[in-house]
Design a protein around this ligand. Structure first.
Ligand SMILES: [Fe+2]
Ligand SMILES: [Fe+2]
Length: 285
């Protein structure tokens, strides 16, 4: 269980996010686009990927409930009152933008909870296994939210460079502002829980991370290639080590402190390289 001080800090953080970051209204967006064809050609597939992942928050909540049948109250408040309401608006806004550019809407998977997660849920009724599952959830959340911040930064710069200031200022910037608070929640939670794990639990977390790590939203080969294309467009592919080091730094410190000289957990780098390779292969096919 968490220490009391971690618990209080998390509760204060969730309160603050709820007060300072209401969900973004569709009405607040200025949909002016000077050159829809050019924006669509360059970033259409990026908007689609991000819209899908953000909209899949509804499935993520189902997964969470299956996986963590008995979450701490502050976790439940975070995902029900802050995270889901914010992410769903991100998805709706990005999807609306791509539709206005003349693209088809995103096709999120809203209800497939994998058997793997259901098994974790059943095991999760054992308290000490539930801590392992929670740690996996926080680590996934950290990597996801950190990826989102970096990706929105790059998208923002690209959209500004194209002179599409309304999109930069009323779509990308407001969304981007909400992601660091999500990251901070997972980071605080992961650090707090890591201190409480027994060596066997930490070992199991490492093993399961090695077996199951995937870039955000990349659940099959097509989606992995799609993610590779997003990285290519945003200019991440050439800097994979730096990018993955940034998203997995805290994970490395929490799980792999004993591995001297490790810059990036190898499974993280391998998964991103695989996505880049699948995309390159598909482009030349
Ligand atoms: Fe988001
Ligand atoms: Fe987020």
């Amino acid at each position: 269980m968490r220490t009391r001080s971690t618990e209080l800090r998390l509760a204060a953080h969730v309160d603050r996010l709820g007060e300072e970051h209401p969900p973004i209204e569709l009405d607040s967006v200025d949909w002016t686009v000077h050159d829809p064809a050019a924006l669509s050609a360059r970033f259409g597939h990026v908007l689609d990927y991000m819209a899908r992942v953000e909209l899949e928050v509804d499935r993520n909540v189902l997964e969470l409930v299956a996986m963590l049948p008995d979450p701490p109250e502050v976790d439940r408040r975070f995902y029900a009152d802050v995270w889901q309401p914010q992410e769903i608006q991100h998805g709706l806004i990005l999807d609306e933008l791509q539709i206005r550019l003349g693209r088809p809407p995103a096709t999120p998977d809203l209800d497939t909870v994998s058997a793997k997660l259901r098994v974790l849920g059943v095991l999760g009724h054992l308290d000490r296994v539930q801590d392992v599952t929670r740690m996996l959830y926080y680590l996934t959340g950290m990597a996801t939210e950190r990826s989102a911040v970096l990706a929105y930064n790059l998208l923002h710069d690209g959209v500004v460079e194209m002179g599409e200031t309304a999109v930069a200022e009323t779509v990308v910037a407001p969304i981007r502002r909400q992601e660091p608070g999500h990251y901070a929640f997972y980071k605080m939670s992961a650090i707090g829980l890591a201190e409480q794990l027994a060596p066997w639990q930490r070992w199991l977390v490492r093993r399961l991370r090695q077996l199951s790590f995937a870039p955000v939203g990349a659940n099959d080969a097509t989606q992995r290639a799609d993610f590779g294309d997003v990285m290519e467009t945003l200019g991440i592919t050439d800097d994979l080590e730096d990018f993955t080091e940034t998203i997995a730094r805290v994970e490395r410190e929490l799980l792999w402190a004993q591995a001297d000289g490790m810059r990036v957990p190898p499974y993280v780098l391998a998964a991103f390289r695989d996505a880049a390779a699948l995309a390159a292969e598909r482009r030349t096919a």
